[in-house]
Design a protein around this ligand. Structure first.
Ligand code: SIN
Ligand code: FE2
Length: 240
């Protein structure tokens, strides 16, 4: 089983509830010292699996190309009518869409009128292994949102709550240019952790962390062999 954790080491980086102090994980020595293949518990039910996807990168890259050839990346509109800076596509039996009518999951790609491309085996396999490494043994993803960030693109704080079953976790795979992930609380106003996510990192959030607010800070210009100036993020979910 590639990408597993023989040692199952785990560290805690929870904000200190009494003082309200929030560690800045993008700059803290603890984070920089985190070895590849180490598992960091960010909050109860929320884990950073550093480098977990690295063994799968060639397959993931080929599959992102297959998916985006069948369902091209596009800038969706928010319900308020704004163009999202992140370009998106989907694979799996359901795909997340946003337009002036709202957010929802759809069986059809509104741009092509066809079903979304199938969930690649490599995506599902990685997601199952990552979920299991975080203690979620019964993850059954049926949808994957693929996000593509260009320099300056960002995702404002939001909750993933369009899915039916919050007992299933979210598995988020970061590829390409690094980005600062904002990982907040169950209320929007709670100050988020700032966590630098690198190529190959996987974040799993479920259980008591399933509805935490999260987002991505504006992408800094950089180059990475995986996808040039872009950051690609896969979020695997159980939508139905
Ligand atoms: C998302 O919340 O859909 C994506 C988060 C990310 O790009 O890291
Ligand atoms: Fe999200």
């Amino acid at each position: 089983m590639a990408g597993g954790f023989p040692k199952r080491s785990s560290r805690s980086a929870r904000p200190d509830a009494l003082s309200g102090r929030v560690p800045r994980l993008d700059s803290s020595p603890a984070q920089l010292a985190l070895a590849p293949d180490e598992r960091l518990e960010l909050y109860a039910g929320a884990f950073l699996l550093r480098g977990f996807a690295l063994p799968d990168e060639a397959r993931l890259r080929a599959d992102v190309a297959v998916v985006s050839a069948a369902a091209p990346f596009r800038h969706m509109q928010t319900p308020g009518g704004f163009r999202m800076s992140v370009a998106m596509t989907n694979c799996g039996s359901l795909g997340w869409v946003s337009d002036p009518g709202g957010y929802r999951y759809s069986e059809l790609d509104p741009d092509t009128g066809r079903s979304w491309p199938a969930l690649p085996h490599a995506f599902a396999s990685l997601a199952l292994r990552a979920a299991a490494a975080a203690g979620f043994l019964e993850f059954e993803p049926d949808a994957c949102l693929v996000n593509r960030y260009e320099p300056g693109a960002r995702l404002t704080l939001h909750q993933d709550k369009d899915e039916r079953d919050f007992a299933q976790p979210i598995v988020s795979v970061s590829l390409g240019v690094p980005a600062v992930f904002l990982f907040g609380g169950l209320k929007r106003k709670e100050r988020p952790l700032r966590l630098m996510l690198m190529h190959g990192d996987v974040v799993v959030f479920g259980g008591p962390s399933r509805l935490r607010y999260h987002g991505v800070a504006p992408l800094k210009p950089a180059q990475h062999p995986f996808a040039g100036q872009h950051r690609i993020n896969l979020t695997l979910r159980r939508a139905s």
